[in-house]
Design a protein around this ligand. Structure first.
Ligand code: PBG
Length: 318
């Protein structure tokens, strides 16, 4: 076996490769700030103001990154998440600014209510119940408002049943047949989202997300979730988180021919950064190895906070 492991030959027989074309970079836009603020639990990652966001995307594009998923932190929240879908709200403004300056950037928007509701849940509530069908028109309206602002792809992350169908129908009805849907199809109720909730201030005030996000004891259920989303018109399906869910990515790869994305989530990033800070492991090579393993499991696209580091790494290899 060692005959093919010489430095010169190894690249010839490499089965999987990570490319910047595979990566989607998360961008946090905070309506309340004037200049960027570092996220304490995500060293090296920032929230940007509306004034800075386009420039930041421009810098990332110069590094070779091409696709971005936008998360908004609004200045006002209420019980029904009404700052999620206005023309002048944070995500809509950010998308317009980015598209005005960088038409070629692939702009994806996270479609959810948790950043916009005072209770922090991903849907409309009655008492302590998160309502499914009452939430659908609100997220459909949100998706349309993102499309109007110029989003190329909308990414519903709330795990409401029927969300993809409702969004597809609304987009088509408003003349946005061209806007694609990347669904967070198999999204697990996970402790790995902790740092994100600090980043997006989307922690919830009661209960947990287990009545809508998946139980991590299950994997066949993920296949049913993905199947439903495909039937409802999803163009890209997602498994989230990634690193502890490589088996699910692999199962999905074997069953479906749709592009599969994997979300290398905030907690996965923070673990690497913590180990790096302590001097226990080399953060960059860890990140690279993790991302390659996600590809090897079968993901086509990876949403990751490591994309800047990977861009630097791949640049230096050239
Ligand atoms: C919104 C949303 C979350 C993430 C992406 N979209 C948080 C959650 O469901 O609690 C998590 C991303 C990450 O941890 O990096 N629903």
């Amino acid at each position: 076996m060692r005959r093919l492991r010489k430095d010169s030959i190894r690249p010839l027989v490499q089965e999987n490769r990570l490319s910047l074309n595979d990566l989607i970079t998360p961008v946090f836009v905070d309506e309340r700030i004037d200049s960027r603020v570092e996220i304490p639990s995500m060293p090296g990652y920032y929230r940007y103001s509306l004034g800075e966001v386009a420039e930041e995307v421009g810098k990332a594009m110069e590094m070779g990154l091409k696709a971005f998923i936008i998360f908004g932190i609004p200045s006002v929240k209420d019980e029904t998440g009404s700052s999620a879908f206005g023309k002048g709200d944070v995500v809509q403004k950010a998308v317009r600014k980015i598209k005005e300056e960088y038409e070629d950037a692939v702009v994806i928007t996270d479609v959810c209510l948790c950043e916009y509701t005072t209770h922090g849940h991903c849907g409309i509530i009655r008492g302590r119940k998160i309502l499914n069908d009452e939430t659908l028109p609100v997220i459909a309206k949100t998706a349309v408002s993102h499309a109007e602002a110029g989003a190329d792809i909308v990414a519903p992350s709330g795990m409401m049943d029927g969300m993809v169908g409702a969004i597809r129908k609304a987009l088509d009805g408003e003349g946005f047949e061209d806007v694609a849907v990347m669904s967070y199809s198999a999204k697990y109720a996970s402790s790995f989202y902790g740092p994100f909730r600090e980043a997006a201030e989307s922690g919830f005030s009661f209960g947990d997300r287990k009545s809508y996000q998946m139980d991590f004891h299950n994997s066949r259920e993920a296949i049913r979730e993905i199947e439903l989303d495909i039937m409802e018109g999803a163009d890209i399906v997602m498994v989230k988180p990634a690193l502890a869910y490589l088996d699910v990515i692999r199962m999905a790869r074997e069953r479906f021919n749709h592009p599969i994305s994997a979300y290398n989530v905030s907690g996965e990033y923070s673990m690497v950064k913590a180990a790096e800070k302590l001097g226990w492991m080399d953060g960059k090579s860890l990140a690279y190895e993790i991302l390659v393993s996600i590809k090897r499991a079968g993901a086509d696209l990876i949403i990751t906070y490591h994309s800047y580091e990977i861009a630097e790494m791949l640049q230096n290899l050239k």
